[in-house]
Ligand binder design. Structure first.
Ligand code: AMP
Length: 397
């Protein structure tokens, strides 16, 4: 059975065709600059690459490219589209309604549309992806929505509510939802296996998804009890271009001083802040470390601020969890940035964490990076959100 996994952004569409027999990637690719000029890249599991500049005015035309690439030309991987059994979509915001993945029907589409107010940058793109898939594959093919927010729905009220008038929650659903849930779910499940407790019962772990966007999740007995991202993916600690948590009064203060509209302020906090905003160098960790090594003080400041903030969250989560059995690093930075992992684990020495410096000298591989006598175990676990989406889709059809 082959499943097509779709991750649609506002101007991009990523896809993977996964053969569930052996869970192999048959083909994957990316439509970029949709609505601008259009660039299409398609790679097959056996190493063929198709790349072209092609006009893709909208997601539907982008999807046509995907469809054609799968069944014809240099990158052909299936004889007929009917070999694609189902389509699984990454949907960013599923609100409080969805604590697991669902088959897409009219009710689900309506809910995803309603949640656009909570994720105005993301949910409209997810809907476009679903509409484009339907236009390309017809209405008969089963489609599944896998929500970024679903895994965090086990959080208790004390963790997901903020001290605003209760009506803000009742009227508008203003609360912490959390994101990257599919990744936290995947790596936590694997961590439980590595701990010898596959259902997670009796474990207290913290999963650190550190990428361009970053979040932590505190997980007890297999269930999320807290996470750093909030109503939107802006909350938490310094990310590539996002500020993370700040005093909310700073928002209105800056808006007044600079005469910014809500949209402009949103842009400042989401696109111009974080590692980029503090360093003035880049949002990319590789550029930050290069600048730090060349003596750039603000790049070093951005790096140190992020480490400090992550360590504060971890400390808070250890208190919330009542102890800690394991910590997991994943995503672009978590899997590759040995320096950050070392610094964070050394900062947790007070918990009896003992880094295995030699084991930590690795990139993008699953590995335990603490010594045998460490009081808390730490692992690198490469994430695979597409595989979770494909597995959920298979299970639901
Ligand atoms: P993601 O959003 O998960 O794709 O992660 C992107 C981030 O991972 C960027 O800040 C990259 O600089 C960082 N990253 C990717 N590969 C490496 C690497 N080999 N060494 C250090 N950082 C990396």
């Amino acid at each position: 059975m082959k499943i097509l996994v779709i991750n649609a952004g506002s101007s991009s569409l990523k896809y993977q065709l996964i053969d569930m027999e052996g869970e192999q990637v048959v083909a994957k690719g990316l439509c970029e600059r949709i609505g601008i000029d259009g660039r299409f890249t398609h790679k097959t599991g056996d190493g063929r690459v198709v790349q072209k500049d092609v006009a893709m005015p909208d997601h539907t035309t982008a999807f046509e490219q995907v469809k054609q690439a799968l069944v014809s030309g240099e990158g052909k991987v299936v004889n007929d589209l009917s070999e694609v059994a189902a389509i699984g979509h990454r949907v960013v915001q599923g609100g409080a309604k969805y604590d697991k993945s669902v088959r897409i029907d009219e009710d689900v589409l309506k809910a995803v549309r309603e949640y656009e107010v909570l994720a105005p940058l993301h949910n409209p793109a997810c809907l476009k992806g679903i509409e484009a898939a339907t236009a390309a594959f017809g209405t008969e093919i089963p489609q599944v929505a896998v929500f970024d927010t679903a895994f965090h729905q086990t959080m208790p009220e004390v963790a997901y509510l903020w001290g605003l008038p209760y009506e803000c929650y009742e009227k508008y659903g203003v609360r912490r939802y959390g994101y990257h849930g599919t990744s936290h779910r995947f790596v936590s499940k694997r961590c439980f296996e590595l701990l010898g407790k596959p259902d997670g019962k009796g474990t207290r772990i913290i999963t650190c998804h550190l990428g361009n966007g970053s979040s932590l999740a505190a997980i007890r007995d297999g269930k999320v009890i807290d996470t750093t991202m909030g109503l939107t993916p802006l909350d938490g600690f310094l990310m590539g271009t996002r500020s993370g948590a700040i005093d909310p009064s700073a928002v209105t203060f800056i808006m007044e001083k600079e005469g910014l509209s809500p949209e402009e302020m949103d842009n400042l906090m989401n696109k111009k802040s974080g590692m980029l905003g503090i360093s003035g160098v880049s949002s990319d960790d590789r550029d930050i470390t290069a600048a730090m090594d060349a003596g750039n003080a603000r790049a070093k400041l951005a790096w140190d601020m992020r480490s400090y903030q992550i360590l504060k969250y971890i400390g808070g989560y250890v208190a919330a969890l009542g102890g800690l059995d394991a910590i997991v690093f994943t995503a672009g930075i978590g899997e590759n940035q040995d320096r950050l992992r070392a610094e964070l684990l050394e900062g947790l020495a007070y918990l009896g964490v003992k880094l295995d410096a030699e084991a930590n000298n690795v990139r993008g591989q699953e590995r335990e990076i603490t010594t045998a006598d460490s009081a808390v175990r730490a692992f690198i676990i490469p994430t695979n959100e597409e595989l979770v989406i494909a597995r959920d889709t298979k299970a639901l059809i």
